[in-house]
Design a protein around this ligand. Sequence first.
Ligand SMILES: [Zn+2]
Length: 451
Amino acid sequence: VSTFLALGAAPSAWTQAATPEQLVARALADNRAHAMLSELLAVAPKRLAGSPGMDRARAWAVATMQAVGLQKVRVEEVQVPRWVRGEVASLRASLPDGERGYDVVALGGSIGTPADGISADVLEVKSFEELRARATEAKGKIVFFNRAMPRALRNTFLAYRDAVPQRGQGAIEASKVGAVAAIVRSMTTALDDYPHTGALHYEANVGKIPAAAISTNGAQALAAALASDPSLRLTLRLDCATHEDVACGNVVGEITGAERPDEIVLCGAHLDAWDIGDGAHDDGAGVVHCLEAARLLLVHKVRPARTLRFVLFANEENGLRGGRGYAAAHEGEMARHVAAFETDSGGFEPKGFSTTLDEKARAALVSHLDPLRALGFGALIEGGGGADISVLQPFGVPLFGLVVADHRYFDFHHSARDTLDAVHERELALGAAAVAAFMAVLADPAALPEK
Ligand SMILES: [Zn+2]
């Protein structure tokens, strides 16, 4: 068998025409990843699940999968929530010297306010512990969650994880102590005027209250205003709303395995995106990583031993119905999923991969990554994959994610700044080549044995 996959780990085992170096050279020379991203963002700049833009994105993804030569291209239907942002998002403070407005956006899934808004006093807190300790002060107020993403952490995803519970759970915790609305400091270490959206959750038996994200500069200014006048009142106005679920779908295509077609390596990203930017990094970059990786493997006539299944999920941002729907539809195949990979960390320079594999399996796989390491993206660290594939973990499927140079990711993530110009074409191309090379490795039974 002439593929590098069947022959194992040594760099010399990669065929002349399909070494990781060749994949990188082709990705950089053709520059197709950036062209694809540009197309997607032109066709569907706004593509929240359940929106008309998402329907256009799905049609584009089907056509692009067919154009690059994937097999069995199809849409697997799932029902998704339809949340509509509306036109109004404003937060105003009455100050002694007049009114002041702040840059805010509704958090995804939030209920709206009455048309004339919700006006109340403010309780600023930095944590849920502080909120509970001051529960008696919260009743009837707007809770202002002003916990900053910690700057000291080198990995910005860990910094995100530290602060993001106030966005996801803040409305629940504030409601439990009698608050009427929540304002959440945006999830970024940058100090600027761009509010960052993201999903919030509600809980059965806890009253729903509206919630909005405030820019980091806005949060600093509001905190300063509160320090000089703790009795200042805020008025929040939002006209967002949730409607009936609608049909949407995951877009799926395959490269059938040459030797073990029944064994599946899933390569995924999410096609949906938040609606205040264009989702260029999150997760347009991941989408084109997958599509360009498929094209690179096919152009170089790589014949993976296992089936590579490319899945563009429908609803990562506000419901996870794409991932859940995939797991439900393919439950009978779960034992044959030997790996699931999702790229959802932005289109930055690739550094390597994260995995849930235990130490022993990780050590075995690492020895097959030498040619990738030589190109700068061979690291293998402990960690998960994206949210969509997290639902496969209970089935025992090992998860993998793309690790990138992440320092700028949260400058853009879920904000109006997440646009095409934020993505560098060479970094994006390198990411696609890294994904292609890594998929080739995961499809090789010598590198990753069956579970
Ligand atoms: Zn994402």
